[in-house]
Design a protein around this ligand. Structure first.
Ligand code: NAD
Ligand code: TYD
Length: 355
């Protein structure tokens, strides 16, 4: 048995691939275009493992995807591939439209062509799992109830709008063509291999480098944090038992204001790796200009996952953030590699050109 994972060299996709192969002998075909966020060093521990087949390519390349599906005959596709950073989407929305919308369209259509011709039993068992975000639901008021699966889509950033558009395509491919799809909406993830452009890894990395810790606006925006390995177990569970055509909200029940997150990281570093001058890392916090259109609050009601699929996150925020800070302290070479661009050089050497 085989599954096709897209975007499996990124933050969540690489954690998912590692997790999957730690628990199963089912081969992972990993299709990733290795954008700036894709990093094969995340998968170094799989080197020489025949259960992991890496393919450098774009989900928008229908011919390549069709050829991969025909050759490997996966029983499922798990689609992580996307541009994922809100700030980048504000500076350059075109990449988001191309990869997240046009790319998902091409992937869906290639998968449909493959699925249509499958024999009855594998056709019935096939699943296309699309990984989406809570950001498609827009911003919540301070006391509003958390997002359920039926919350209307109100995306506010080019990123969330592109994800919402891809979700609609996935829904339509089920409704119109019968493709057996599952869609998950997850809250903010954190953990190992998180690219240091996002809040949590950026703060850890900047703190250790003696740089400022930029807090947008008043720092009171709220996100609902989920340890990445809990997201991986949730996706496995949805793939295994999710009801075709359904959507599932995945979250950690951990609403935190950004400033509290930054202070928590500073306190952990103060005890694990004290500054040479004995002062707190909190001295490095700097309030900076707010993100345009900054969503104030996200919160996921993950009770459907628990009620219907028996899934709950295993980590509390305290345990997850401890593990994460420790991982960054233990993996300074990974950080240096990402920052120096050495991994991009490696890609150039290996593949001839960067994407
Ligand atoms: P990431 O930016 O770390 O990784 C994305 C990966 O996709 C990269 O390896 C990149 O090279 C690849 N990719 C991008 N476009 C591609 C294309 N056209 N073809 C093939 N590969 C392509 O992102 P992430 O944080 O790992 O997020 C993975 C998915 O989860 C995304 O769909 C994102 O929207 C969703 N999500 C992320 C979070 C979060 O907190 N990070 C939360 C909810 C949902
Ligand atoms: P981010 O990690 O980019 O995820 P998202 O925008 O998808 O939620 O940002 C998390 C929160 O942290 C968000 O409210 C923006 C804020 N933020 C900062 O305050 N400073 C920063 O330098 C970054 C990158 C984010």
């Amino acid at each position: 048995m085989t599954i096709l994972v897209t975007g499996g060299a990124g933050f969540i996709g690489s954690n998912f691939t590692l997790d999957w192969l730690a628990q199963s002998d089912e081969t992972v075909i990993n299709l990733d275009k290795l954008s700036y966020a894709g990093n094969l060093h995340n998968l170094t521990s799989l080197h020489g493992d025949a259960r992991h087949v890496f393919i450098h390519g774009d989900i928008g390349d229908a011919a390549l995807v069709g050829q991969l599906l025909g050759a490997h005959q996966p029983r499922a596709v798990v689609n992580f591939a996307a541009e994922s950073h809100v700030d980048r989407s504000i500076h350059g929305p075109s990449e988001f439209v191309q990869n997240n919308i046009v790319g998902t369209f091409a992937l869906l259509d290639a998968v449909r062509a493959y699925w249509t011709t499958r024999p009855a039993a594998p056709k019935a068992a096939f699943r296309f799992l699309h990984v989406s975000t809570d950001e498609v639901f827009g911003s919540l008021g301070k006391d509003a109830p958390a997002f359920t699966e039926t919350h209307p889509f109100e995306p506010n950033s080019p990123y969330s709008a592109s994800k919402a558009a891809s979700d609609h395509l996935v829904r339509a491919w089920h409704h119109t063509y019968g493709l057996p799809v599952l869609t998950t909406h997850c809250s903010n993830n954190y953990g190992p291999f998180h690219f240091p452009e996002k809040l949590i890894p950026l703060v850890i990395v900047n703190a250790l480098a003696g740089k400022t810790l930029p807090v947008y606006g008043d720092g009171q925006q709220i996100r609902d944090w989920l340890y990445v390995k809990d997201h991986c177990s949730a996706i496995r569970r949805v793939l295994e038992a999710g009801s075709v055509g359904s959507t599932y909200n995945i979250g950690g029940w951990n609403e935190k204001a950004n400033l509290d997150i930054v202070r928590t990281i500073c306190r952990l570093l103060d005890s694990l790796r004290p500054r040479a001058d004995g002062k707190s890392y909190q001295e490095q916090i700097a309030f900076v200009t707010d993100r345009p259109g900054h969503d104030r609050r996200y919160a996921i009601d993950a009770s459907k996952m628990e009620r219907e699929l028996g899934w709950k996150p295993a980590e509390s925020f305290d345990s997850g953030i401890n593990k994460t800070v420790q991982w960054y302290l233990d993996n300074q070479a990974w950080v240096a590699n990402v920052q120096s661009g050495a991994y991009r050089d490696w890609i150039k050497t290996h593949y001839g050109a960067t994407t």
